[in-house]
Design a protein around this ligand. Structure first.
Ligand SMILES: [Zn+2]
Length: 106
């Protein structure tokens, strides 16, 4: 999964003992406002103009960090069994977007 990049980078930096960078990565949750985080999740790179982040933090790394909560928020579809973020709950069962479209087109 793409969101693993953040964890990999973090453990790599910890292994190297680069505490300054570890601190910066862990501090993203505090230094990036939720509204900006949302735009990162939407892959809106203009956010970079509003963030004052160290140059070594690449877009991929930042994106990977931002989508971590999204991955955690995935639900499993009651029909197809795929994990998805977009969809709806029906009678306590989660139905993914793809299945919703399928149902509606019937
Ligand atoms: Zn489904």
């Amino acid at each position: 999964m793409f969101s693993e990049l953040y964890d990999e980078e973090l453990s790599e930096l910890q292994r190297k003992g680069d505490l300054e960078k570890v601190k910066a990565l862990k501090g993203l949750d505090k230094s990036v406002m939720p509204s900006l985080k949302k735009r990162i999740q939407e892959n809106d790179k203009t956010v970079l103009n509003e963030l004052f982040l160290p140059k070594w933090i690449s877009w991929n790394l930042l994106y990977s960090w931002a989508i971590r909560d999204l991955d955690a928020g995935e639900k499993r579809c009651a029909l197809c069994g795929n994990a998805s973020r977009s969809g709806n709950d029906f009678r306590l069962k989660f139905i993914c977007e793809a299945c919703l479209i399928e149902i509606k087109s019937r």
